[in-house]
Ligand binder design. Structure first.
Ligand code: RIB
Ligand code: CA
Length: 313
């Protein structure tokens, strides 16, 4: 049973990642959800996290508010992709759940101290501001983190918010730099792999026909979410980014990548947030990331479907 903290900026694809994790009760213990500004403001990403917990029946999972802005830069959001609420596509409400009192950063530090022996995994689905703050405030934390598995970056696929950068890294490149230089074991799921998990029609149909509220609402969220990328890439479906982080934890064998050096551009405005991946080892820079660029797409969707449909709601 892997103990994880999910750091997230919901976001429709974040929602599917959370639902996949909540549906994997036998394999994953979600210690808590820490929210960060990214797709939309922190006020909205944090409320969205409460909504997804309630939709999934995960009332026992604590939700914590984290950073409302990047370490050094002005927040850039993505309403053009996720809609004004960050969870457009359906109307979800919050009836019972509320935020925990302590901050996301304090919760992450408390957790790593409490589970020092068992070690925890941090699953980062948004900008890395919270994670960087924790590593800076408590450097010894690196000893109690099993690994950080994050969705972010891109190399062969280029960027999605600029030609050079993927959104999560672009929003807070300084935070990404701190995380990648921390010495913690890091697995990166970049656009190079998430662009190979394009939402499929039969996947959506199975969610819709399940007769389960959570699955039906998930399909509505994806209908809205994928319209932007289908239009942009002219593809049959939009890339389902964040669930790759959870599916990697569950079935790493369907993924393939390479241990390489990845550096983050923080100086140039033109290439701000670019993940400079030394894929062909043309430098003597130390490898610091297991960088994934291949996935078995059919198996990915079977796993997400199986976990989402196993939710009781
Ligand atoms: O670039 C895709 C990433 O940015 C995903 O995590 C999506 O939710 C947004 O946060
Ligand atoms: Ca996200």
């Amino acid at each position: 049973m892997r103990k994880i903290i999910i750091d997230t900026d919901p976001g429709q694809d974040d929602a599917l990642a959370l639902m996949t994790a909540f549906g994997a009760k036998k394999e994953i213990h979600v210690l808590g959800i820490t929210c960060v500004a990214g797709n939309v403001s922190l006020d909205l990403t944090s409320i969205n996290a409460l909504k997804i917990c309630e939709l999934s029946g995960a009332f026992e999972v604590p939700v914590f508010k984290g950073s409302s802005a990047p370490l050094k830069r002005k927040l850039v959001t993505a309403e053009h992709v996720h809609g004004k609420t960050g969870l457009d596509g359906t109307e979800l409400s919050v009836e019972k759940k509320d935020f925990e009192v302590i901050s996301a950063v304090d919760f992450m530090i408390e957790c790593t101290e409490k589970y020092r022996d068992e070690k925890i995994t941090i699953c980062a689905l948004g900008p890395l501001t919270n994670v960087a703050k924790v590593l800076t405030k408590n450097p010894r934390m690196t000893e109690s983190i099993e690994e950080i598995v994050l969705m972010g970056g891109g190399f062969f696929e280029g960027g999605n918010i600029t030609p050079a950068a993927e959104f999560n890294i672009y929003v807070d490149p300084e935070a990404a730099k701190i995380v990648l230089q921390s010495g913690v074991k890091i697995t990166m799921l970049p656009l190079d792999v998430t662009h190979k998990t394009l939402v499929q029609r039969d996947f959506l149909e199975k969610l819709r026909k399940s007769g389960k509220k959570s699955a039906i609402e998930a399909a509505k969220l994806l209908d809205f979410f994928e319209r932007y990328d289908v239009e942009k890439y002219g593809s049959q479906g939009g890339p389902l980014h964040d669930p790759n982080v959870i599916v990697f934890l569950l079935n790493p064998e369907i993924y393939h990548g390479k241990l390489v050096n990845v550096e983050i551009e923080v100086n140039s405005e033109l290439t701000r947030g670019m993940t400079v991946v030394d894929w062909w080892k043309v430098t003597n820079r130390e490898p610091n990331v297991y960088y994934i660029n291949e996935v078995k797409e059919k198996e990915f969707f079977e796993i997400v479907l199986n976990k989402v449909l196993s939710l009781e709601t």
